[in-house]
Design a protein around this ligand. Structure first.
Ligand code: ADP
Ligand code: MG
Length: 627
């Protein structure tokens, strides 16, 4: 699902172009692309290769990535990390559930993030991924000849927050500014310019090396919505290779058990080469271990048909999930190297009843879409170009006591999304609450962006902290934010609709992010001080209120004077900038008022309080209870 943001200003002159790249960080292969002289193209390495195998080898002397690393996979499997994407943002349990017989030794398996043991020590999946990203970044800098502004990195549509976060961490580690994470199917659709067209339903069929993903997207008014995702995390071109390898062994009369790891690797390489060659010819000759023979397209098709069947089943399931029929699909985009196989294209065309889009190289299409987005995000496009977003660019939240922002939906959360949080009142008898909706990354309200304000009225009078006000943030498929607040015991409710990021320029987003990093420490200290002050004011308020209501009934004049003095002293302390001192003094007053509070409880004073009404509404209490 995507929001639109129009970019300000005119297209800058070529020498002012900011360099931005798109990265397809794949399970098997990765690519980097950039817009040069108006067209998006993938960037080759020094030897002319566009595809970088997503493999990292940790050697005793040095670290290798890509093809060099892949060559060592058979020889040194423990120190050669392949398919690291599968481990990104996953815990030990998730990795065990992958079920593969992984050669790696995972350490720190006591929960949390697992590390892979290598000759260079423990490596986290994030570090391994960063190695791949660093290689692509180096390639881009060499080819483009300049400093990069940042990158759009693609992730599967089904990636959760942890997996997305891990991807971003890897980018940061590689020294890349992430302009945006973009869903892979969305990137593919963008590469075909489908976002420029009218409305429609798009299926993105992505068959890579080891994974199959199907995504059903709906495009409406330039906004993409993910209707359904499905697939198989253990099905891809590698399985095609296995089928061909099995056939070779059968033909050659060889037993798989008789092969050593190196022979086995060679067998798979021969199978893979034959498979890829069959895309363009009807028969291919194979030589393996003294045996030579020929494989025809017909044989190959019959070998892989059962595998393709499984992808077709997934597509049907996703269509059902999206409550659509095959005929409802307007376009099918083919992604992933394995969709080059003619049989795959045929089967998909049969199912959907139309020819899939295959003009753009299926293993480059995602990187190309990412590059197009990166170019827009970098500000290289004129004002009428729309920017597609499928995540929330900046956190959304609301103001709590002391001028602090409480984030309810964090930035980069994919939309649509709904999150709720509970808040409470700050004053006894508070009957209204001001809800101030904010956008931004900073701790303090003033430096974030104010989106809207509304008031929840009619809260039944209760002692401070008793009301339970549930505030729900919802960003729908059209990119509209609605915020509603409801007092749980009485059911009184209020809500407002806001357009969150409309009109917010990308430069503003970048600036706000930059500031949030620059000021992170100051913000944290400021937040701490303000929280202490709020806490202190809460206590003062409570004590003074209680004293006014029944201080002379329940307390001796001495006790009364003493408590009042302590509250006054705390009020004085609050003015200081010493958060610790304020906290300590607050603690003392809270302790001193315990006896009084207990007596009030016993006297059943709380019931009497409900008769009180406070007309003016008060700011939201900072007392948050999770979700
Ligand atoms: P991933 O997205 O998993 O990183 P890719 O999209 O790069 O993977 O796809 C890699 C797969 O595509 C490999 O299994 C490779 O053998 C296969 N492939 C590449 N070119 C061809 C071709 N011409 N014919 C058939 N399969 C191909
Ligand atoms: Mg891929």
């Amino acid at each position: 699902m995507l929001l639109q943001i129009s970019e300000p200003g005119l297209s800058p002159a070529p020498h002012q172009r900011k360099l931005a790249i798109g990265i397809d960080l794949g399970t098997t292969n990765s690519l980097v692309a950039s817009v040069r002289s108006g067209t998006a193209e993938t960037l080759p390495d020094a030897s002319g290769e566009h595809i970088l195998p997503s493999v990292v080898h940790y050697g005793t002397q040095c670290t290798l990535t890509g093809t060099d690393a892949r060559r060592l996979a058979a020889e040194d499997p423990l120190n050669t990390i392949i398919s690291v994407k599968r481990f990104m943002g996953r815990g030990v349990e998730d990795i065990r559930a992958l079920g593969d017989v992984l050669p790696y030794r995972f350490t720190r398996t006591d929960g949390g993030m697992p590390f892979i043991e290598t000759v260079q020590g423990e490596k986290s999946p994030v570090q391994v991924s960063a190695e791949i990203l660093r290689a692509l970044r180096g390639r881009a800098e060499e080819t483009l000849g300049g400093d990069l502004l940042g990158a759009v990195i693609t992730v599967p549509a089904y990636f959760d927050d942890a997996q997305r976060q891990a991807t971003k961490d890897a980018a940061r580690l590689a020294g890349l500014e992430v302009l945006r994470l973009l869903n892979e199917p969305t990137a593919a659709a963008v590469a075909y310019g489908l976002d420029q067209g009218g409305e429609g339903t798009i299926a993105v069929y992505d068959l890579g090396g080891g994974t199959f993903d199907i995504s059903i997207l709906r495009l409406r008014r330039g906004v993409f919505e993910v209707l359904a995702t499905g697939g198989n995390t253990a099905l891809g071109g590698d399985d095609f290779d296995q089928m061909v390898a099995g056939w070779i062994l059968e033909q050659a009369g060889l037993d798989i058990k008789a092969l050593d790891p190196e022979q086995y690797r060679k067998l798979l390489d021969a199978a893979c080469a034959a498979k890829e060659a069959l895309t363009d010819s009807d028969t291919v000759s194979i030589n393996f271990d003294g045996w030579s023979g020929e494989i025809t397209k017909t044989i190959f098709d019959s070998l892989v048909d059962p595998l393709i069947d499984r992808t077709i089943k997934s597509v049907k399931k996703s269509l059902r999930d999206a409550k659509l029929k095959a005929a409802d699909i307007n376009e099918v985009v083919m992604v992933g190297g394995s969709t080059r196989v003619p049989r795959v294209r045929e089967r998909v065309a049969d199912l959907i009843g139309k020819q899939p889009l295959t003009d753009i190289d299926p293993d480059r299409v995602v990187a190309i879409g990412a590059a197009l987005q990166a170019d827009i995000l970098a500000g290289n496009k004129p004002a009428d170009e729309m920017l597609l977003l499928d995540v929330i660019p900046l956190s959304l939240g609301l103001e709590t006591m002391g001028g602090l922002m409480e984030k309810v939906i964090h930035r980069n959360t994919t939309i649509p999304v709904a999150r709720a949080q509970e808040f409470t009142t700050f004053k006894d008898g508070q009957t209204a609450m001001a809800i101030h909706v904010l956008q931004g990354e900073r701790e303090l309200v003033d430096v974030n962006r104010s989106l809207a304000r509304f008031v929840l009225r009619g809260i039944p009078p209760m002692p401070a902290g008793m009301a339970r006000i549930r505030v729900t943030f919802q960003v729908d498929a059209d990119g509209l934010l609605s915020v509603s607040a409801r007092e749980e015991s009485s059911g009184v409710a209020a809500s407002i609709e806001i357009k969150p990021s409309y009109g917010l320029e990308e430069s503003e987003i970048t600036e706000m992010l930059q500031a949030s990093y620059t000021f992170a420490k100051e913000d944290k200290e400021a937040r701490n001080l303000l929280e202490r002050r709020v806490e202190a004011e809460r206590i003062i308020e409570a004590v003074q209120n209680a004293l006014a209501i029944d201080g002379d009934i329940l307390l001796s004049p001495e006790e009364r004077a003493e408590l009042a003095e302590q509250a006054r002293h705390l009020a004085e302390t609050t003015k200081s900038h010493d958060a610790d001192l304020i906290a300590k003094t607050t603690e003392e007053v809270a302790k001193a008022s315990e006896v009084f509070a207990a007596r009030r409880m016993n006297a059943g004073i709380r019931a009497a309080l409900s008769g009180q009404a406070v007309d003016a509404f008060e700011a939201l209490g900072a007392d948050k209870t999770e979700k």
